[in-house]
Design a binder for this molecule. Structure first.
Ligand code: BGC
Length: 882
């Protein structure tokens, strides 16, 4: 029988993106997915071709790179190794793979990447802006424009654009791109991102107009905890358009003296405060040719200095969902409160008809007072208010430009007449990385919890991983994302987002090596236990989930500085700390120095591993022995011979167990003490941000999945279920953000959209459904499939679009039969654990296990069967309960 030719590889990506535009990486990495549905399918070799045109590539001529046939099963992060890349070029590439029988696949479809401006000297534009003083109370958004006549036919055109502040650009009336909050948030004194757009379809022979609106954004608007004007006092734009004509000549149009500006309808727009918009001041046709700008003023000009202009690496913030209100109520005369049914980040789109000059006000809130009015005390100084003054022409639609709110409810006042449900639409935004994970089980509560956690990530992945989206904070708190990173990687394709943010973290590191509490660094402290350690824990997770070695390399020297900093700031390996401890734990104080010393150990231990991965053998050895010293110090200082740990909290025991900080003989005792403490609290946890992110794994590791499920399924305080039961649609900041007894917690710190306590999703994927990465073969090149069953669930199921392809694990129990369906992507392998001790009770697609194609070995360990499986779809039926 002829062997079917393997299908072409699919999902070709370059630096985590499909066809990225404007890359400034000199050796971009290429990834693909092997497409072979047969059991055990692997890639035995690959061949990449890259060329300067599609036509050349189509006929197999490659003037850029021909990798030749490479004998390798690597299909991710293959570094480009062709001729040096030049700026503003599109490179086309394709790949084919060979299977285990050395049969080549078909060639993939042709994808591309395009370079941006690779050298600073290529920036010829000037910064332009309308000057403002720091003290100016009025902060309208300037509208900028210029016209130009183009004499020849255009072949292609690109705009390279950035701002100090925020910008939205237009060409001939068309909005350029669908991105918001560009150029994104970085420490503008150190680095600015620029975006690249293909504007070929917008610009034309003849008259053209280019326009831009500038917003204050993080640059000179309010930034949480830091006030206004922290990077500068007025927004500026830098842009250049490169046109290639059909005769192959080129032209460049830049921001320069010829541009003009005026302030119009956006009276003010601030991320934390909201936007005031006066439609009467609109300039009709301002971004189209022929507009009379004779009364517009000249701009101030500044030559670019040595600022680092880096191409945008991760996706931008975009609109991802529109939400229709589920109801509107009228708690007071003239006050309408819309419920969008979901807490989120974004804004409300207003639809209104009325007389010119009528002012409609929108205020945003996460929760309601008992009387149905909105509760805004927890927003602190964030006004989160948009106002719209009507121009009085037909139905008017308004969406703010440079602000976002964290909210579920919208209060509308000043509305002419009675608004209908259609008067408001919720617009949800996030950094537009794709969803990669799904989870479902037989508990409706847990399903809602999962969705809440997902929405928590969605609302807080806005340029940087923020703590919360509603109050005057919204900062890249390192501790929060450190606990949530594994969940984040399961839920969404987080690698590019985290790669960008880790650059922010490095740039925020102090000269002495301290990682900051928030990055970009705007306020708060540095060097804090479990917060600063994010500088090591986060890259580690990106490596684990995406097999990304480069992120370790890129961060290595900075991590080493951190380790030295910790050494200098510890005494005999005990790390003092005045930080946040096990933030928001429940009546359980874990000593801060114990936590700090535990995280010191974790940082050093991970760093030693990382050194090993990067082939730095002597450093690995050095730091492993340093880890042992810290472990000894930990035991000396905090552990008694009876296995008691200072503080005696769940978190203290969890840290010691999870981070391997106990002598082997005391592990069982420590494990028992966690269980005793949980029992003492009538089956509840007492952990804060830190302990919560580890406790479920520890319970699984000590063989107490039953207790893990109890914590998961609890609906009494404190528990995840308590939040769900009380109407949460995102994760609360604290277990007691709301309690029946006390109502809302202290408004000075009470967000209803904080993801940290949602770190439990990691356990849902890894244990309830049973999909885990394997540090021995990261990026799910090898994975562990080991669902943990419990009689309280009838089924659980997860899918995960890994970098190698779709993984799925679905189990269900019917009477004494367990059905387990598993999908392992091509070119990967898995260890599949089955909860029986003999293969005679197992069938796979009706066949005996020994005869199963794709399963190489079967062994029984501690009452479980472990199958070493290759790629493929497997359906196991297992007779249980003998
Ligand atoms: C933030 C946190 C953060 C914490 C530090 C808070 O204000 O919202 O989530 O980690 O401060 O304790």
């Amino acid at each position: 029988m002829a062997i079917k030719r393997p299908e072409a590889p699919s999902n070709l990506r370059c630096e985590y993106r499909t066809n990225p535009l404007g890359l400034d990486i000199k050796r971009p990495r290429l990834s693909w997915q092997v497409n072979d549905s047969r059991r055990g399918a692997i890639q035995s070799a690959y061949h990449v071709l890259a060329a300067s045109s599609k036509e050349l590539l189509a006929v197999g001529k490659c003037d850029v790179w021909d990798s030749g046939k490479v004998i390798s099963d690597d299909s991710i992060h293959i570094e480009y190794a062709g001729i040096p890349l030049v700026s503003r070029r599109r490179y086309f590439w394709k790949v084919r793979t060979w299977n285990s029988a050395d049969k080549p696949s078909l060639w993939s479809r042709i994808n591309w990447w395009e370079t941006g401006l690779l050298h600073h000297s290529e920036w010829k534009a000037d910064w332009i802006g309308l000057k403002r003083k720091k003290s100016d109370k009025k902060t309208p958004s300037p509208f900028l424009r210029r016209e130009l006549t183009i004499g020849k036919k255009i072949k292609s055109a690109r705009i390279y654009i950035t701002a100090r502040g925020l910008y939205t650009a237009y060409i001939n009336g068309n909005r350029v791109g669908k991105d918001y909050f560009t150029p994104g948030w970085t420490d503008y004194n150190k680095r600015l991102q620029y975006q690249t757009y293909d504007i070929t379809g917008f610009i034309r022979k003849g008259e053209n107009a280019i326009g831009a609106i500038l917003g204050d954004g993080w640059y000179c608007g309010h930034v949480g905890l830091a006030g206004r004007n922290i990077y500068g006092s007025y927004p500026e734009l830098l842009a250049q358009i490169h046109i290639r004509y059909s005769d192959d000549t080129e032209d460049m149009i830049t921001t320069d003296r010829s541009w003009k500006a005026a302030c119009g309808p956006i009276v003010s727009s601030d991320i934390l405060m909201g936007e005031d918009y006066d439609a009467r001041k609109e300039f009709d046709g301002w971004n189209k040719p022929g507009f009379n700008d004779s009364r517009w003023s000249k701009l101030s000009i500044r030559k670019p200095a040595n600022e680092i202009l880096a191409s945008q690496y991760a996706p931008t913030v975009q609109k991802v969902k529109r939400l229709k209100p589920v109801c509107v109520v009228n708690p007071k005369k003239g006050v309408y409160v819309f419920d969008l049914g979901q807490n989120m980040s974004g804004w409300a789109c207003l639809s209104v008809r009325g007389r010119r000059g009528q002012k409609v006000r929108l205020r945003h809130a996460e929760v309601l007072n008992p009387d149905g009015t909105i509760y805004t005390e927890n927003l602190r100084s964030a006004k989160a208010q948009d106002t719209y003054i009507l121009k009085g022409k037909g139905t008017e639609e308004f969406e703010p430009h440079f602000t976002y709110h964290g909210f579920r409810f919208v209060e509308v006042t000043g509305y002419p007449g009675k608004p209908s449900l259609d008067s408001i639409t919720g617009v949800a935004i996030q950094t537009a990385i794709p969803q990669t994970g799904q989870f479902k089980c037989s508990s409706r509560m847990v399903n809602r919890l999962f969705r809440n956690i997902f929405w928590g990530q969605r609302s807080n992945f806005i340029e940087v991983p923020t703590d919360c989206p509603q109050r005057d904070e919204r900062l890249g708190w390192t501790g929060d994302i450190q606990t949530f990173a594994p969940t984040a990687c399961f839920n969404m394709d987080s690698a590019s987002f985290m790669t960008k943010w880790l650059r922010d973290v490095r740039e925020a590191q102090s000269d002495a090596g301290a990682y900051p509490d928030v990055a970009p660094r705007v306020a708060a402290g540095e060097g804090t236990a479990a917060w600063g350690d994010a500088g090591i824990i986060c890259p580690w997770n990106i490596w684990l989930y995406y097999g990304d070695r480069k992120i370790l390399d890129e961060n290595y020297e900075s991590m080493k500085k951190w380790i030295h900093y910790l050494g200098k700031n510890s005494s005999k390996y005990i790390r003092p700390d005045k930080g946040y401890g096990d933030w928001l734990s429940v009546k359980a104080e874990t000593p801060k120095d114990l936590i700090a010393t535990a995280y010191y150990a974790k940082s050093v231990q991970l760093f030693a591993e990382i050194a090993g991965i990067l082939d730095r053998k002597s450093e690995k050895k050095k730091y492993l022995s340093q880890f042992k010293e810290i472990k000894d110090a930990f035991i000396r200082e905090y552990v008694t011979s009876a296995g008691r740990i200072t503080g005696e909290t769940q978190t203290a025991y969890v840290l010691a167990l999870k981070l391997d900080l106990l002598p082997r003989k005391l592990r069982d005792k420590a494990a028992k003490r966690i269980i005793q403490d949980i029992e003492k609290r009538k089956g509840h946890l007492s952990t804060g941000f830190l302990g919560t992110s580890l406790i479920m794994d520890v319970l699984t590791e000590i063989g107490r999945d039953d207790i893990a499920y109890q914590l998961l399924l609890n609906e009494t305080f404190p528990s995840w279920g308590y939040m769900v039961k009380h109407g949460a649609t995102t994760m609360w900041e604290s277990w007691d953000s709301f309690t029946k007894e006390k109502g809302f917690a202290n408004p000075s710190m009470n967000s209803f959209n904080h993801y940290s306590l949602g770190s439990v999703s990691e356990w849902l994927y890894k244990s309830a459904a049973g999909i885990s990465p394997d540090p021995g073969k990261p990026g799910f090149k090898h994975m562990i499939i080991r669902p943990r069953l419990d009689t309280r669930l009838k089924y659980a199921s997860a899918t995960y679009d890994s970098i190698h392809g779709k993984i799925s694990s679905h189990w269900k129990v019917v009477k004494d039969m367990l059905y387990l369906d598993v999908i392992i992507p091509s070119n990967t392998t898995a260890s599949i654990y089955l909860p029986v001790d003999s293969a005679e009770f197992v069938r796979e697609s009706g066949r005996k296990l020994e005869r199963t194609e794709g399963i190489d070995s079967i062994e029984t360990v501690n009452g479980e069967i472990i199958c070493r499986a290759g790629a493929g779809s497997y359906s196991f039926t297992i007779r249980m309960g003998r």
